[in-house]
Design a protein. Structure first.
Length: 92
């Protein structure tokens, strides 16, 4: 989804993050703050796509679900900034 939306005119900041580790949760918070600030500053469209575990539907323990995101899901949906034309020097 993020790669498609990055092509849309008006998209300024697009990032994919995850919430499967403390480090990724910190990155996600930072990305959400930046996306909201981008909207507040009226720079254009922003989106943060968040990979999140669902251990119940996946029929896994929470630990297995977190590991599955890291080992499998991020292969298909790599984490990182997909588009950032905000001009912010403190880009993720």
């Amino acid at each position: 989804m993020s790669e498609i939306l990055a092509l849309v005119e008006g998209a300024v900041y697009i990032e994919r993050t995850a919430v499967n580790s403390p480090a990724n949760i910190r990155r996600t918070k930072k990305a959400i703050r930046k996306a909201l600030q981008t909207q507040i500053d009226d720079l254009g469209f922003s989106l943060v796509e968040i990979l999140s575990p669902c251990p119940t539907n996946w029929k896994m323990s929470p630990l297995e679900a977190w590991q599955w995101i890291d080992k499998e899901m991020t292969k298909q949906f790599p984490l990182g900034v997909i588009k950032d034309i905000t001009g912010d020097k403190d880009a993720n």
